[in-house]
Design a protein around this ligand. Sequence first.
Ligand SMILES: O=CC(=O)O
Length: 323
Amino acid sequence: MAESTDCHKAQQDFPKVLILKPIPFINLVSEQYFASNKFTFLEAYDSSLPLHQFLSTHSPSIKAILSSVGAPPITADILHLLPEVGLVVTTSVGLNQVDLLECRRRGIKVANAGSIFSDDVADFAVGLLIDVLRKVSASDGYVRKGLWATKGDYPLGSKLGGKRIGIVGLGNIGFAVAKRLEAFRCSISYNSRKRKPHVSYPFYESVCELAANCDVLVICCELTDQTHHMINKEVLSALGKEGVIVNIGRGAIINEEEMVQCLVQGEIAGAGLDVFENEPDVPLELFAMDNVVLSPHVAVFTPESFLRFKGPRGWESGSFLLK
Ligand SMILES: O=CC(=O)O
């Protein structure tokens, strides 16, 4: 009994790490993760207290925040309630849910998943593109509904090789997508915040010009104030009636309403979408379109990548990059 009380006391002294929403797929590592002997995890989502009250109650002991894809935003208001926080870590690549300016202002360190899942996301982007062009999911549905036998052959898809691919955001993921599509004999060009001096792919300063010179746009950039709704009707019209868009970045980089309109009116040919503006809500119009492939934000990583970066003593140092 004394031992368990001591143990309980010792645990109370561990630095507290706040979690605002269950970490997706944490079952991949869960037992060791929650048995940490270095931290106590405080799961705000399990508390019956309203969030602000929960945070005020625990605020002196919360030293770090663990975030993830789809977690509530870590705003200046939340950070204001947590004066002892010195570190925010997210299992995601995207940092759009973290107020980075406020973190910088307060000297809070921020770490994300860096490039450890880039291959997985890039594989998925190529998968979505092949699916849209060659109608893999649509023809699967055709066979399953028994329509092959009653209605005959399904329309053929379009060839990937030779397509002009525009990568929007040539970071780790964008580059991994480009390398894969080069192997399919596609030609690559890109738009990024800045021209990359060591990259020979043609660079377009304007995303609209990139779209006008491509058959496919693959959205790989971060969601920021600058990229919010950057892909709008004008860009999609420039991509044109034969054009296809793939999004594995964040839903709100595309003006979803305008994209749906373009798809409904046949102003672009198709879309492969892993991310949406208001996840998990997906515009209903898309459900009826067999030129659109939908997935529920799963490009993110595979169990293999997740486990590869966990050594016998937990996460290997260097897996998560400090920003
Ligand atoms: O969307 C996934 C991520 O940001 O890791």
